[in-house]
Write a protein that binds this ligand. Structure first.
Ligand code: ADP
Ligand code: MG
Length: 687
């Protein structure tokens, strides 16, 4: 046999031997050791290899070779026959043959794996430690295909990245070669495109000063799940702004969800009809016997799950039907859900839900919350939970958010978050989108929609800590957690990933306030009263991933005239009832003129303003001065933090927010919340 010969394609799927996988790798541009395969104990070709050599046995039951005694390192060509005999005697499994290969020099051992995530499809994982990767959990993950920048970012993000720069005075690893290997595995046209064959695991890959080599390779056969074809987004406007709506399921005798919705719609004044088999009106709303008789753009269905399909079958001519009822896939009845989706398809209507609350759109008088609709605005929300969407609407509006469209999707049997996102990204009224998801359905399609969206997107994912991963067959599989995947999705698509409802609202508020501002700087400045708050501010921004660069060395000179005694960042300035209201704006002005800042965070300790009296006027004067500064400096985004605001008399916080909002300044109650928002904003608004 000649060097590097392999046995053609991996025909017997259960036994794709190491040398066959390595042949695939070599073809894909991944360096593997030179070697050959013997089945007849003729080790003659070893003469063409450089010693030391490695001998590995392969066979149907041999998976973890070293555990079975099927790997021998550091051999000369002459030692091969004896080593093979010894191995045959020792290895308990059937040996089909031997792989002889050159032994790579010691170096930094890495794991490189390609697996298919059930929702997001092909992902590439790399990590330090090779066989110890699972114990170290020092890994990085990206969805395929990756870019070269992704490959470099992956390596840079490892905790042990410094090992690649040369450990303890050793020469640095050839990082370009590692990047090239990662690209060959996960880049455009790479090995990942062959994932339909199953998973790949290169473990270890040995990286040294003069290159990399994958010294072990495994392949776990599998089958690619069929991916549902993505629908081109339809015109979703009537979903948000229907001419008229119908409600199916309201009762004449026992008020239920249907009756509740009749009440909501009557409050917003949307033209309305009830569907009832016998009554001519329900709760004072005129009724028709079937959806077929309703001339509406949107029908809300709130009847028991078993009857929903039959109702939806009558919806021909109604562009959108929302099924509020639960009791479908989520309750263990996938058959009912399929039947419902088929009924919608047959009627030519688009289905929202089932198991969802519907749509909120002040502009379209659409709602699923009581108390009428709030102001129309530019923030959209897609939510897999109706309850959470209701909370975000109520709390968000209380904090000054104004929504363009809110849509809850429930089980997404037809209309998906991805389709909605694609539509909202092009919607004239929408400037930022929040997403609350638990299960992405077709995650790959969602990822692509996120990448295509060129407006700010904020992602809140529930259940990320969930034990969603089934017992994984490979190290790589065991290292791919839901949390890591979502971090990769956000990182690669530019979406901001937040971890709480509060931050979802806070980041959306940032985009609402600053959305149209174009910033010229990259740096962030924090200004406020001295003390522990400034120290903690630095920590909060650090945790959010925002660097607070030191001020220029001669900044203190320009600031001294203003009574500033130390020029740090956070910059400590006297803020309070005794300080001048205009001091902070003057400081900002001086610094912004010296060097461009993208964000300036001004913070106050609210109770300090009430130390010498109970008038809020100094606080308002301060806020007005900061508002004026924002109006005078369109190239910087000013954010206000009103710490300990609950200590102010009632109404004060609202007035501060009102003054700030009028100038397009978002207000946060904590430094942590502001830091998360400023971090999210860092990806947008660059000139
Ligand atoms: P296993 O099936 O046990 O994972 P490997 O092929 O990974 O077997 O071999 C076990 C170890 O031997 C590897 O982790 C690596 O440290 C070392 N090794 C294997 N092949 C080579 C090689 N060609 N060059 C250098 N070291 C090797
Ligand atoms: Mg191995």
């Amino acid at each position: 046999m000649s060097l590097g010969e392999h046995e053609g394609a991996a025909s017997a799927a259960e036994h794709v031997y190491e040398h066959e996988v390595k042949a695939m790798l070599r073809e894909a541009g991944v360096p593997v050791p030179r070697g050959f395969v013997v089945r007849d104990l003729d080790f003659g070709p070893a003469a063409e290899l450089s010693e030391p050599l490695v001998l590995k046995a392969f066979g149907p039951g041999l998976v973890h070779k070293s555990d079975a005694g099927a790997v021998a390192l550091g051999l000369t060509a002459r030692e091969l026959p004896a080593a093979a005999r010894a191995m045959t005697a020792k290895v308990p499994a059937t040996i089909a043959g031997f792989l002889v290969e050159e032994q790579a020099d010691a170096g930094v051992e890495l794991i490189v794996g390609l697996v298919r995530d059930p929702a997001f499809g092909p992902v590439l994982l790399t990590g330090l430690g090779g066989v110890w990767a699972e114990a170290l959990r020092d890994t990085a993950l990206r969805l395929c295909p990756i870019s070269e920048q992704d490959a470099r970012d992956m390596l840079g993000s490892l905790r042990g990245a410094a090992l690649l720069d040369g450990h303890r005075g050793g020469p640095p690893v050839d990082v370009d070669a590692v990047v090239k290997l990662l690209m060959a595995a996960g880049g455009p046209g790479g090995l990942w495109e062959r994932l339909e064959l199953g998973e790949f695991e290169l473990n270890p890959v040995i990286a040294g000063p003069s290159g990399v080599v994958a010294v072990d390779a495994r392949h776990l056969p599998g089958q690619a799940p069929a991916r549902p074809a993505a629908r081109p987004p339809g015109d979703l406007l009537p979903l948000f702004e229907p001419r008229a709506v119908a409600v199916v399921g309201a009762s004449t005798t026992r008020p239920n969800f249907g009756n509740m919705f009749l009440g909501f719609y009557r409050a917003t004044g949307l033209p309305l009809v009830a569907v009832h088999p016998t009554a001519s009106e329900v709760s004072g709303v005129p009724a028709v016997p079937s959806l077929a008789r309703a001339d509406v753009d949107y029908a809300l269905v709130a009847v028991p799950a078993e009857r929903c399909a039959e109702v939806v079958r009558q919806a021909y001519g109604v562009p959108f039907v929302q099924v509020m009822s639960g009791g479908f896939g989520e309750a263990g009845h996938p058959g009912l859900e399929r039947e419902l989706a088929e009924a919608a398809r047959a009627a030519g209507t688009r289905l929202l839900g089932p198991n969802c609350m519907g749509v909120y759109c002040p502009r379209g008088r659409q709602t699923f919350v009581g108390g009428g609709v709030g102001p129309a605005g530019s923030v959209a929300l897609i939510s897999q939970s109706g309850g959470l969407a209701g909370e975000v609407i109520k709390v968000g509006e209380r904090r000054g958010l104004a929504f363009s469209r809110v849509v809850t999707v429930g089980n997404s049997a037809d209309v998906t978050p991805a389709e909605l996102l694609r539509w909202l990204a092009r919607d004239e009224e929408t400037r930022a989108v929040g997403l609350y998801l638990e299960d992405p359905r077709d995650g790959r399609e969602l990822y692509e929609a996120l990448r295509a969206a060129d407006l700010p997107v904020v992602l809140l994912v529930g259940g990320r800590s969930g034990q969603g991963q089934q017992a994984a067959a490979s190290h790589t599989g065991g290292l791919v957690s839901d949390r890591r995947i979502w971090e990769a999705v956000a990182g690669q698509s530019g979406a901001a990933l937040v971890t709480s409802q509060d931050d979802l609202i806070g980041v959306l508020a940032f985009f609402q306030a600053h959305g149209s501002r174009v910033t010229t700087g990259e740096r962030v400045l924090v200004v406020g009263p001295s003390g522990g708050a400034s120290v903690l501010a630095a920590d909060a921004f650090d945790l959010a991933g925002v660097r607070l660069d030191p001020l220029p060395g001669d900044a203190l000179e320009s600031l001294r005239g203003l009574g500033v005694v130390a020029a740090g960042n956070p910059l400590e300035v006297p803020v309070g009832p005794l300080g001048r209201a205009g001091l902070v704006p003057e400081v900002i002005d001086v610094l912004v003129r010296r060097r461009p800042y993208r964000d300036v965070v001004a913070h106050v300790n609210v109770p300090a303003f009430f130390t010498y009296g109970d008038t809020a006027e100094p606080l308002y004067a301060y806020t007005r001065a900061v508002a004026a500064a924002q109006e005078a400096l369109p190239g910087v985004r000013i954010t206000l933090v009103t710490r300990n605001g609950e200590c102010a008399p009632p109404g004060v916080d609202d007035e501060v927010r009102r003054i700030a909002a009028a100038a397009g300044i978002p207000v946060y109650r904590s430094m942590e919340a502001a830091a998360v928002a400023v971090a999210a904003g860092g990806r947008y608004g660059a000139a």
